[in-house]
Design a protein around this ligand. Structure first.
Ligand SMILES: Cc1cc2nc3c(=O)[nH]c(=O)nc-3n(C[C@H](O)[C@H](O)[C@H](O)COP(=O)(O)O)c2cc1C
Length: 405
């Protein structure tokens, strides 16, 4: 995968709120603070009252060059719990205790750190550190899942190994190098889609046969959802997700339009197509559709066999590629049961689209329903780029990077 790192250090000149909570690993954060300073970041350390029992604020003030905040009411003239986080490019919480993670997940603002996180709007990177039993506790895991759904909270670690409590397991604070690399990736997520309107389709269409039956496919809509989240996060002016997937249970700050079948999806795509700058068609649209939809349940024996006749479905990608304006970008998806590059090249040559994302749906570990994907990007000019297996959110990032290139 191409690295997101730029020639200039992405953390140079960035304003960072470094939150530290009450865990043994707090001593390690002095090292992170020092590394960030060397990279040219402006670091503001914030300790929870319990963190003060583990590390002295003086150490962090000396390393960061700014007075460490420990008291919610220290600098009330500046309404500092709002002004500081709102001026930051990123917040890192390392180590993050089970307690603080749970408070943030529930909007609790009972100290300077938790209040700052709630009033911030930048990415928040959380490096949990705790005993394994605490880590695997379903309440803590649910709080983590809850935070991940907002698209602004990211987790680095925890790692596996020897824990401070004397046991072995998962719960060690992530290694410093990886935390810093994750921060570098998050701060490059700037407003590079600012002013752009993005239209995304997702999920498998359901083509009705009769009042109880339909034909569909296993597409979960996760890839389209992650692309939409990424577009929101990168400052797109408007993100419209036209999807058949009803139960992702995730929160999405853009506009979601729920549809059932190809005809409904086509109507909605055409409604918003003209205004869109970028159109990403991840939906798995059925190739065929029943010739007629029966309003009642067909009888199993004769009626089904007699009446089940299909016709070729509308091809939404083909329809919009004919209407494509010069400054619009259209990305098609090809779900193949092998990395069939020849098929994708044929598809791109036939249509007026910018590139095709090919994903292999024959594997169980990626593609339909999985949280992971592995893709091949095929450009109009025949250039081929492989993106190795990664979480769908990271794949989404690669796709948007490719569009912006
Ligand atoms: C010696 C010691 C070590 C601790 N280490 C951790 C830890 O690594 N992770 C954690 O979640 N809690 C740990 N705790 C418990 C927290 O300090 C406690 O939950 C506290 O309320 C956290 O407050 P804070 O999140 O506001 O900093 C530890 C407590 C003690 C006494």
């Amino acid at each position: 995968m191409e690295s997101n790192k730029k020639a200039v250090d992405p953390l140079s000149g960035k304003k960072i709120l470094l939150g530290i909570t009450g865990g043994i690993a707090a001593y390690k954060t002095a090292g992170i603070c020092s590394r960030l300073k060397k990279k040219g970041s402006d670091v503001f350390c914030v300790l929870t009252p319990n963190a003060e029992k583990f590390i002295n604020p003086v150490t962090l003030s000396a390393l960061s060059g700014h007075r460490t905040v420990t008291d919610m009411f220290d600098n009330h003239e500046k309404v500092y719990h709002v002004s500081l986080p709102q001026s930051c490019d990123i917040i890192l919480i390392a180590p993050a205790t089970a307690n603080t993670i749970s408070k943030i997940a529930n909007g609790i603002c009972d100290n300077f750190l938790t209040t700052s996180v709630v009033s911030s709007s930048c990415p928040v990177l959380i490096a949990p550190a705790m005993n394994e039993n605490m880590w695997i506790n379903p309440i803590i895991q649910n709080n983590i899942k809850k935070l991940e759904q907002y698209g602004r909270y990211f987790f680095s670690g925890p790692g596996k190994g020897k824990l401070a409590c004397g046991t072995e397991g998962t719960g060690r604070m992530q290694e410093e190098d990886i935390i810093i690399e994750d921060m570098e990736n998050l701060v490059v997520l700037n407003n590079d889609l600012k002013g752009k309107k993005v239209l995304v389709t997702a999920g498998g269409t359901r083509e009705n046969i009769d009042s109880v039956r339909y034909i569909s496919n296993y597409s979960s809509g996760k890839m389209g959802y992650e692309i939409s989240m990424e577009a929101v996060f990168r400052g797109a002016e408007e993100v419209i997700l036209i999807t058949t997937a009803r139960n992702s249970g995730k929160i999405f700050k853009g506009k979601t339009i729920l549809v059932n079948n190809t005809a409904e999806m086509k109507d909605m795509v055409l409604k918003y197509f003209n205004d869109a700058d970028i159109i990403i068609m991840t939906a798995a649209v059925s190739d065929v559709v029943p010739q007629k939809k029966f309003e009642y349940k067909l009888k199993k024996k004769d009626e089904l066999f007699e009446n089940l006749k299909f016709r070729e479905n509308d091809n939404i990608l083909e329809i919009i590629s004919e209407k494509k304006k010069k400054d619009q970008i259209i990305v098609g998806f090809a779900a193949e049961s092998s990395q069939n590059i020849a098929n994708a090249i044929e598809k791109i040559n036939k249509r007026n689209i910018d590139f095709i994302v090919l994903n292999d749906i024959s594997r169980n570990d990626i593609g339909f329903e999985s949280d992971y994907n592995e893709i091949t990007i095929i450009d109009k000019d025949g250039k081929i780029r492989k993106v190795p297996k990664a979480k769908k959110r990271l794949i989404a990032r690669e796709i948007i990077d490719h569009i912006l290139k």
